[in-house]
Design a protein around this ligand. Structure first.
Ligand code: C5P
Length: 401
């Protein structure tokens, strides 16, 4: 519920601007007061009349509106909100925000505010993937701007890929997550999840059986305690949780880059099943059978160890939690291996589990973990993955308190 929360909604000029209308409705249904600001570009896509009707509030449009300056200056306008939400955040708006421009009402408000800012980007896939946009995104994240979406999918321009505005319920969930009151409110936690895919050629890859279920449950549990969660995920079987920042990757090296871009964080939970090796001689085109009966020889190179890299880095979170999926031959093997792994990688805790097929854990709904820290090994009972996640999130909240 968002009762009494004041949201300054900056609507950018993109085709997705019409979805801001639905967003206003949903935010108000939950009790938020929405003050809308339209950029000049946005007025090409939605009319000030429809926006003000849905918001039941005057639309602010012009930097040099003398009535407004008399009634409420733009500085005050930006400061009287609990959250500034930019939706859709176009490539141009993101660039101007990253640069600190103040050349219209929207950017002036964004520069003048000391209120937390959340953006929901939406643009063509090529614009999103362009190095300049990714640079601006990294800059904005470093400036503590929260990011929701974009989604991947079919776009208005006929192309397919990341750049589509996040679904309205996801944006609402992110806003609710921002206001969620819990022991992790104001904390930023990074979670890695899912397998990685290492290409052999453009159509084939090496993967593993990780479903991403445990990492997803952990991200949701941390969100529920009020944390801002950056969720870096490989191609998982389960959808990412709502209300967290999702960063999708394929390979281990992409995951490392995404993790480094998401730091700093107060804590990191590395639940991804990262491929240890990548194919060094991956082919740029589909490999073909040549009829000789000879199979291609794949050469492997070791992938970077993301967990160890984060633990040794100069932006190491105060608490780093690793996972150790082992297949033990004898009782005690799993804990012994995981204890050694904790020291080798330099993390604070390691969550060990036996993923031998007989346990049904990998891809299954339950988990039986042993949490290993400096204090020793603590076996937890066999629990659902969500309950395991809730307990772990509560422990993290205690440790950061
Ligand atoms: O060495 P192993 O793969 O068993 O280590 C598991 C832990 O290390 C997990 O937390 C996993 O997310 C992390 N890891 C990593 N990068 C790798 C390999 C593992 O972050 N290349």
């Amino acid at each position: 519920m968002l009762t009494g929360k004041r949201i300054l909604l900056v609507i950018g000029g993109g085709i997705a601007a019409f979805r801001a209308l639905e967003l206003i409705r949903r935010l108000r249904e939950r009790g938020a007061a929405v003050t809308p600001v339209l950029t000049k570009g946005a007025e090409q896509f939605v009319t000030p009349l429809s926006v003000s009707a849905l918001a039941a509030h005057k639309v602010h449009r012009d930097l040099f509106d003398l009535t407004d300056e008399a009634e409420m200056g733009h500085i005050e306008l930006s400061r009287s909100a609990d959250l500034v939400l930019v939706c859709p955040a176009t490539a141009s708006l993101m660039a101007r925000m990253a640069q600190g421009h103040a050349d219209d009402l929207a950017t002036t408000l964004l520069l003048a505010t000391d209120t937390p800012v959340m953006i929901a980007p939406a643009m063509n896939v090529r614009m999103w993937e362009h190095a300049a946009t990714q640079r601006n995104l990294a800059r904005l994240r470093a400036d503590d701007v929260r990011v929701v979406g974009p989604d991947e999918g079919a776009m208005a321009c006929g192309e397919f890929g990341p750049g589509r505005l996040a679904e309205v319920p996801d944006i609402v969930a992110a806003v609710e997550g921002f206001f969620a009151d819990g022991p992790l409110r104001g904390r930023h936690v990074l979670v890695t999840s899912g397998p990685t895919h290492e290409p052999i050629d453009p159509v084939r890859y090496i993967a593993n059986r990780s479903s991403g279920a445990q990492g997803t449950a952990i991200a949701a549990a941390l969100r529920d305690l009020g944390a801002r969660v950056s969720f870096v995920t490989g191609p998982a079987d389960v959808p990412p949780p709502e209300g967290v920042e999702v960063i999708r990757v394929q390979t281990a090296r992409e995951m490392l880059a995404a993790v480094e871009a998401a730091l700093p964080a107060d804590a990191a939970v590395m639940a991804a099943a990262v491929a240890d090796w990548r194919v060094e001689n991956a082919s740029g085109s589909k490999m073909k059978k040549d009829g000789s009966g000879n199979a291609p020889a794949l050469a492997f190179a070791e992938n970077p160890d993301i967990l160890a890299t984060v633990c040794r880095g100069d932006r190491r979170p105060a608490l780093v939690v690793g996972f150790a999926a082992e297949t033990g031959d004898a009782a005690g093997d799993v804990v012994a291996h995981a204890t050694a792994k904790r020291l080798r990688k330099g993390c604070d805790w390691i969550v060990a589990n036996d993923v031998s097929p007989a346990t049904g854990i990998m891809g299954g709904p339950e988990n039986a973990v042993t949490v290993i820290s400096e204090a020793g090994a603590e076996p937890w009972p066999r629990l659902s993955k969500s309950e395991t996640a809730r307990r772990l999130a509560a422990r993290i909240a205690e440790a950061l308190a």
